[in-house]
Design a protein around this ligand. Structure first.
Ligand code: NAD
Length: 352
């Protein structure tokens, strides 16, 4: 055909295989720390981002969402789904891919898998929030829901907070066993429990990361003692929550972007004017995080576009050192920019 796109039109593409190479070459704990550093830096410049609640298309089985944002120089978006029943047919509950582009000319500069990257960024975000909110010296974390996200959560908390004792519970014991097996080489002390009630005993931090499209009560009021930090990750859709409302009424609640969290987070159970604190203001030093030993702090995580933007720019920054990417022939590139039609015709059968 003889078509040879210029470098301008070839978009770096990070496949799942290359993402795994990048994470291994960097080291997973270093990756988590550096990614959390990018999120922290972007939360400190929060006000300059273009922000909107994500665009969600709901169905009975799950949700498909688009998550766009821009810092004025780059634009990023993620496509992500959440389908809790998917694991029964051998599929992931959550899959994703993302794009970063230059605002100045609109050309994409990165397209990447984000299933792995979402697990990494969600964990990095949770651990970053806990650095500001969890009790000093927290070493013991309970994880309720031991599916795809759980090991990432454990490793990010170890890297950023220092939690090295894990108490696991899942309605499917084999999920807890897999999680414990995968984490065994990473220096944790791990116990598996037969109920959430037993698993939360003695925990400094409770992470809930279950998947079920209903108003669930993974944690009830009696399970949460004073001084606990709750990292609530699994309630991230209208009609999908994990905590009993009474816990929310006793907690100091921290959120990413209130207009989105009020629709999707645990706080959908509360009045629309219930006081919540935006995490960026804590990270920026404008508002205190944890202010007392007995306070219950709750990070009502739903996942916001700025975190994906941070993840995209972090991965892009690694590609100079680690050329783990392909170049996708994604953008038509005629020699004369206005001769798009001529380019198409020259690629077809030529007159004899
Ligand atoms: P997954 O399906 O791989 O794992 C979920 C686990 O929860 C399963 O092992 C299941 O057995 C367990 N579970 C379900 N109900 C339970 C219950 N009542 N008690 C104990 N365990 C229970 O899903 P995943 O990829 O690990 O995602 C988990 C959740 O996190 C999903 O709801 C997803 O939407 C959410 N999520 C949130 C963010 C965010 O930024 N907040 C990002 C990614 C995923």
């Amino acid at each position: 055909m003889g078509y040879a796109p210029s470098d301008l039109a070839l978009v770096p593409f990070v496949s799942v295989e290359n993402m795994m190479r990048i994470v291994h070459a960097t080291g997973i704990e270093r990756f988590m720390r550096e990614l959390a550093g990018c999120i922290e830096a972007d939360f400190r410049r929060w006000e300059l981002f273009d922000k909107t609640p994500r665009v969600a298309s709901h169905s009975h089985e799950g949700v498909i969402e688009l998550m766009p944002t821009s810092d004025g120089i780059n634009y990023g978006f993620k496509y992500v789904n959440g389908h809790p029943k998917n694991t029964k047919s051998g599929r992931q509950t959550v899959t994703a891919f993302g794009v970063m582009a230059e605002v100045g000319n609109g050309y994409p500069v990165l397209i990447t898998e984000m299933t792995m990257l979402t697990a990494l960024r969600t964990a990095a975000m949770s651990a970053l929030a806990a650095r500001y909110l969890a009790p000093q010296g927290s070493r013991t974390m309970t994880i309720i829901g031991n599916g795809a996200q759980s090991e990432f959560q454990a490793l990010a908390f170890k890297a950023l907070v220092g939690t090295d004792r894990l108490r696991l519970y899942d309605i499917d014991r084999s999920a807890s066993q897999r999680c414990a097996r995968n984490l065994a080489p990473h220096g944790f002390d791990i116990e598996i429990f037969g109920s959430g009630q037993e698993a939360v005993e003695g925990a400094d931090i409770i992470t809930t990361v279950t998947a079920d499209k209903q108003y669930a009560a993974i944690l009830t009021d009696n399970m949460v003692g004073p001084g606990i930090h709750i990292n609530a990750v699994g309630g991230d859709c209208p009609g999908k929550t994990e905590l009993h409302r009474d816990i929310l009424l006793r907690s100091e609640i921290f959120v990413e972007y209130p207009p989105q969290t009020r629709i999707e987070g645990e706080i959908q159970q509360l009045d629309p004017d219930h006081k919540v604190t935006e995490l960026w203001q804590v990270i920026d030093g404008r508002i205190a995080g944890r202010t007392g030993r007995d306070q219950i702090t709750l990070f009502d995580s739903v996942g916001f576009a700025v975190e994906d933007f941070s993840a995209l720019r972090y991965v892009r920054s690694l590609l100079g050192e680690l050329p783990c990417f392909d170049r996708l022939d994604l953008l038509a590139d005629p020699d004369d920019p206005r001769d798009l039609f001529g380019m198409l015709m020259r690629a077809g059968p030529q007159p004899a």
